[in-house]
Design a binder for this molecule. Structure first.
Ligand code: ZN
Length: 460
């Protein structure tokens, strides 16, 4: 058996907080072994100043990376028909109709390399382009999911693949529109894809399930998949992103989406409720009590004009949350967490909102909470520098002026709230160094394939 790989951290962020002089070891499978605190650096072992666990990106639609910056022009009538989520979605559909599985892989690899460079070491892919351009299932039903998983392998990021159940265009089982033909799936399609992906599960890969939303999947269909889903697999759903979605749900069911979900299904800690943006106090309490993860995507929710989640109330109720980059207008956990906090400050006209009595440093509270929530949502052993967890860690650039002479309790405050330089220098993911000196190890080849793909798509 090969000897473990090691790294010595002058300061390491453990679950209980920053600790000095920690020797980290991981095995050939990419799992952390024992951690020794208060050790001296053994000869020949690399020494890092600041080491923290890599962040989990709990919500991604990878292909949308290629739309970045292309949907930022208002329509003709800016006074009477302001742009909204729904007009953005029309553009996204037009783009989604054209992409081939190979192009999907190239876009996803670029995205995942960028995510790694900025400190994400795991991603949950909410994957809904399942059919070909004509709306037929591929000969290999999991083909597009396999290509996104291949992109995860090329980049080295860990992945929870979530095949999406998507049958209806709106509440009341409205038929899909022509532009949604590539997304169409029923419970049997999704179960076939989940089964086809089973051999790919392993240290770096988990497979879960995602009913797209209560708009696009009926409760009967969701139950059908849940009944056949192996135990312990994560379940993600878009729940209450837009006011219009809440109104439509009320019209059809007499219930708000979160209320309706809890009335109809057994919602527990396997669930991640993505974009629980429009929720009332009773729903906040119910979510917190049931142990679900609230999947928050602040930069996308801002970009799409969704609204603000009641984070302070949710934290006070003991709720769990994580972050996702969703449409990928940002690939940085710093930007997600910063905007998560700033949205609350602007709304409440207060400072330092994301805190608890036990953790009054906003940066530490946000990073640790998003790690725990993200790990739960990913359904993988992640989110902590602890034995048995994946060896997913970040080494910060201690030579950067922002970290020069900073007290240890202000390190994450400096990372999250000071300037725009990326302070992530090296990234270890599943025991492999994927980023060194701020560069992804396969950055040039991945970017070249991405540029070729964008040239093809923009020429269409
Ligand atoms: Zn989404």
């Amino acid at each position: 058996m090969s000897s473990p790989s090691r790294l010595f951290a002058r300061h390491a962020l453990l679950p209980q907080g920053w600790r000095r002089d920690v020797l980290l070891e991981w095995d050939a499978a990419g799992d952390l072994m024992q951690l020794k605190e208060g050790a001296a650096p053994p000869a020949g072992v690399e020494v890092a100043q600041y080491v923290l666990p890599g962040m989990v990106n709990l919500h991604s639609h990878a292909f949308q990376r290629a739309l970045g910056g292309m949907t930022e022009k208002a329509g003709d009538d800016i006074h009477h028909a302001p742009d909204s989520f729904w007009t953005w979605r029309e553009l996204m559909y037009r783009f989604a109709r054209q992409i081939t599985p190979g192009q999907m892989e190239a876009i996803a690899a670029q995205l995942f390399a960028e995510c790694l460079r900025h400190g994400y070491t795991a991603v949950c892919e909410f994957h809904y382009i399942l059919r070909d351009a004509a709306g037929a299932l591929y000969a290999r039903p999991a083909q597009t999911a396999e290509r996104v998983l291949q992109a995860a392998r090329i980049s080295g990021i860990g992945m929870t693949m979530l095949p999406v159940l998507y049958s209806h265009a709106g509440f009341g089982e409205q038929p899909l529109k022509a532009e949604q033909a590539r997304f169409r799936s029923d419970a049997n399609d999704v179960l076939r894809i989940i089964e086809a992906l089973a051999p790919l599960r392993g240290g770096q890969v988990e497979v879960g399930f995602a009913p797209h939303s209560l708009r696009a999947a009926s409760v009967t269909q969701i139950r059908q998949v849940l009944d056949a889903l192996p135990a312990g697999r994560p379940v993600h759903i878009h729940i209450a992103e837009q006011q219009g979605e809440v109104r439509q749900c009320l019209d059809v069911s007499g219930r708000r989406p979160v209320q309706y979900l809890y009335e109809q299904l057994d919602v527990d800690a396997r669930w991640c409720l993505v974009h629980a943006t429009h929720v009332q106090p009773g729903e906040v309490a119910q979510m917190a009590a049931s142990g679900v993860v609230a999947g928050l995507c602040p930069t996308t929710e801002a970009n799409l004009g969704d609204g603000l989640f009641p984070l302070a109330e949710f934290i006070a109720a003991g709720g769990r949350f994580g972050i996702g980059s969703d449409s990928h207008v940002s690939q940085s956990p710093v930007e997600e967490l910063r905007w998560l906090e700033y949205g609350q400050r602007l709304q409440r006209q207060q400072r330092n909102v994301a805190v608890t009595p036990a953790e009054r440093h906003v940066g530490d509270c946000l990073w640790q909470s998003a790690l725990q929530g993200g790990a739960q949502a990913a359904g993988r052993k992640l989110g902590a520098l602890a034995p048995g967890c994946r060896a997913d860690l970040l080494v910060l650039d201690d030579a950067h002026v922002n970290l020069c002479g900073v007290a240890i309790e202000d390190v994450l405050g400096s990372v999250l709230f000071c300037g725009n330089d990326n302070l992530v220098r090296d990234v270890l993911c599943g025991g492999q160094w994927q980023v060194r000196g701020g560069r992804h190890v396969a950055q040039d080849a991945i970017a070249a394939a991405y540029k070729r793909t964008l040239a093809q798509l923009r020429a269409l």
